[in-house]
Design a protein around this ligand. Structure first.
Ligand code: SIN
Ligand code: FE2
Length: 228
């Protein structure tokens, strides 16, 4: 009886650890750090509000003319943009002609620490794409391949409503795994997984205290060349 109780307590402890600080391998070079950004999440959301005051969320159009359901903006020296002419990184916000808002130091630090934790030391992002998902929106399977420096990983921080993240292989048709991403979870993919296809399934209706009906995702990239 006693040992049974102890093992039940042990299982519970493991569950709590998984929820708060577990590490899950998605593929070689790809890891989820559960709750890694949770302590800073509130401050990050305040920073996102300030960034979007200067560079509001907008719906980009793909080169094929499709309006993306996920709204986007950027902070940092370079920002990812898409229009009829293609996908690219730009030092200025095409809507305002001004530079993107600076990347908060706390963003840069957490991204670097998470990358190191995942086995990619000395990651210094120069771009942070901020995605806003509302219920009913999704991001189709794609590769992040517009960056010059593919030696650097991608670091992704999830805030607000949960999402189902789809992670595949190096071809569109490779098998995929699905995993739930919660507020404060961080995913890092690099090395052999750097060009892995990934996406986000349609967000379900819900309410999250700090973000209302939204999921916010920050992805950190090294978009320009190291000597830029
Ligand atoms: C992305 O692929 O750029 C974003 C991934 C996510 O929202 O989790
Ligand atoms: Fe992506």
């Amino acid at each position: 009886m006693r040992s049974q109780m102890r093992s039940q307590t042990g299982d519970l402890f493991d569950d709590v650890m998984d929820a708060q600080g577990g590490r899950e391998t998605l593929a070689e070079g790809a890891v989820i750090l559960r709750g890694y950004a949770r302590d800073q999440a509130q401050g990050f959301l305040v920073a996102v509000d300030a960034i979007t005051d200067a560079a509001p969320f907008r719906h980009l159009v793909t080169p094929g003319g499709f309006r993306m359901s996920v709204a986007m903006t950027n902070c940092g020296p370079l920002g990812w943009v898409s229009d009829r002419n293609g996908y690219r990184y730009s030092p200025v916000d095409p809507e305002s002609g001004l530079r993107w808002p600076p990347m908060p130091e706390a963003f840069r630090q957490l991204a670097s620490l998470a990358a190191a934790e995942a086995g990619f030391p000395a990651f210094t992002p120069d771009a942070c794409l901020i995605n806003r998902y509302q219920p009913g929106t999704k991001l189709s399977l794609h590769q992040d391949r517009d960056e010059t420096d593919l030696a650097a990983p991608i670091v992704s921080i999830s805030l607000g409503l949960p999402a189902v993240f789809v992670f595949g292989g190096l071809t569109r048709s490779a098998p995929t795994t699905r995993t739930r991403l919660n507020h404060g979870d961080v995913v890092v993919w690099g090395g052999p997984a750097r060009l892995a296809y990934h996406g986000v399934q349609t967000i379900k209706a819900g309410h999250f205290p700090e973000t209302d009906h939204q999921r916010i995702n920050l992805t950190f990239r090294k978009a320009g060349s190291s000597c830029a």
